[in-house]
Design a protein around this ligand. Structure first.
Ligand code: HEM
Length: 377
């Protein structure tokens, strides 16, 4: 049976919605692909949120070393590749938004409201997400809070919408079409557009393809000491304090003895190498060779308890990320360092000179730079 291309009510609008791709079969295939990609973005987004704001009962593991790098790469690069899917889906179904009468019953009004919430929420997530990874903070609200709460609204609305449309999905996806209206070519074009976006961004996390990453705001291999920088010392307002010869590292809080160390004192402690990535919340990541003092050695020297948490404090006097916390699993990990060297030389000022935290499986915003104090809690 040949299905009508557009809802009957729309045929009253001459000359409009003539494409036969405004079709429930195309909407269903695009919907399924959107369902998979939006729900993976939701899951990986939750990982990133709870990594940064862990509930009291949970601890994020320090291994595998590259786990956060992968989950956040999937979130951002997968999210970008979803943009053509979303646009194609909205183009396919937009004639339905003109249906007449606009509301036929209370149940119909609720369904339409839900679709409005889904479309508005999805567009909000994608537009603000793209602006955010482009470092264009054009909005008057805190991106992370808005992005986090809107994600629940979109995921909830998506699940209800998918359940509501499931009979159409089954009817269309389980049967062979009798007509040929170029659906396959259209869907392949949309998939191709997603593939191209992936190809020109994935190099921001996968260094062999770094040269292709023309859309990426940061690329592995570029920046001081061959590593990208998000926040420079000048932007953080710490240049003078970080270069001050009077700089000391203190270890204090619930310890048997407070420690105060100069940079030479830190260098006199056993130094260890670690190959670890900076994995940014904005999706880019790059591996680097670090060298420095194991945090667990320093905390043992101060006599910290095995189950303590540690607050790492930067010289920054303001900013959301001037401190970060380490759970026992993370600071006991032999790869967790207070790094003094990067890629064979002393840390560049923009990478956190005189010393910075570097730990496995952790977002870049929590790899505190310009460290001057460790407080054992
Ligand atoms: C971000 C995700 C999504 C957005 C923004 C979206 C948007 C829309 C919109 C605006 C409509 C028209 C609704 C109306 O009748 O007024 C629609 C229809 C539809 N959607 Fe989705 N949708 C999404 C995800 C999904 C998913 C996950 C599925 C199924 C697994 C799906 C399957 C369908 C189907 C079968 C239709 C009916 C098309 C027709 O009757 O011609 N959609 N969608």
């Amino acid at each position: 049976m040949v299905r009508r291309a557009v809802p009957a009510a729309l045929t009253r609008l001459p000359g409009r919605f003539t494409s036969r791709l405004h079709d429930e079969r195309v909407a269903a295939w695009l919907g399924m692909a959107l369902g998979v990609s939006v729900l993976s973005a939701f899951a990986t987004g939750l990982v990133s949120h709870f990594m940064q704001h862990p509930p009291g009962w949970a601890q994020w593991p320090s291994r595998p070393v590259n786990l956060y790098r992968v989950t956040q790469g999937v979130h951002v690069i997968g999210g970008l590749a979803t943009v053509p899917l979303l646009l194609a889906k909205l183009w396919t179904v937009y004639p339905r938004l003109w249906q007449w009468p606009p509301v036929r019953s209370a149940a119909h009004a609720v369904r339409r409201l839900l679709v409005f919430v889904l479309v508005g929420g999805a567009l909000f997530q994608f537009v603000t997400g793209v602006l955010n990874i482009g470092y264009w903070y054009a909005f008057p609200f805190l991106f992370t809070t808005a992005h986090y709460w809107t994600a629940y609204i979109v995921a909830g609305a998506l699940l209800i919408h998918a359940a509501d449309e499931w009979s159409k999905v089954r009817r269309t996806v389980m049967t062979r079409p009798q007509d040929a209206v170029g659906r396959r070519a259209f869907l392949l074009t949309v998939a191709g557009a997603g593939g191209v976006i992936t190809a020109v961004t994935v190099g921001e996390a996968f260094s062999p393809l770094a040269r292709l990453a023309v859309l990426a705001p940061r690329r592995p291999g570029t920046g001081p000491q061959g590593l990208p920088v998000n926040k420079s010392a000048a932007a953080a307002g710490v240049s003078a304090a970080a270069r001050d010869p009077g700089w000391r590292l203190t270890v204090t809080g619930r310890v048997r003895r407070d420690l105060t160390l100069t940079l030479d004192g830190l260098r006199a402690l056993p130094q260890h190498p670690a190959r670890l990535p900076i994995a940014c919340v904005e999706g880019w990541s790059a591996g680097a060779d670090w060298r420095g003092v194991r945090l667990r050695d320093l905390l043992a020297l101060a006599g910290a308890g095995d189950t303590a948490r540690v607050r790492v404090e930067s010289l920054q006097t303001s900013g959301l990320y001037r401190t970060s916390h380490l759970d026992p699993g993370h600071w006991h990990d032999p790869l967790t360092l207070l790094a003094l060297d990067l890629n064979g030389g002393p840390l560049d000022l923009d990478h956190g000179y005189p010393c910075r935290l570097i730990a496995p499986n952790r977002p870049g915003v929590l790899q505190t730079k310009w460290v001057h104090r460790l407080v054992v809690l």
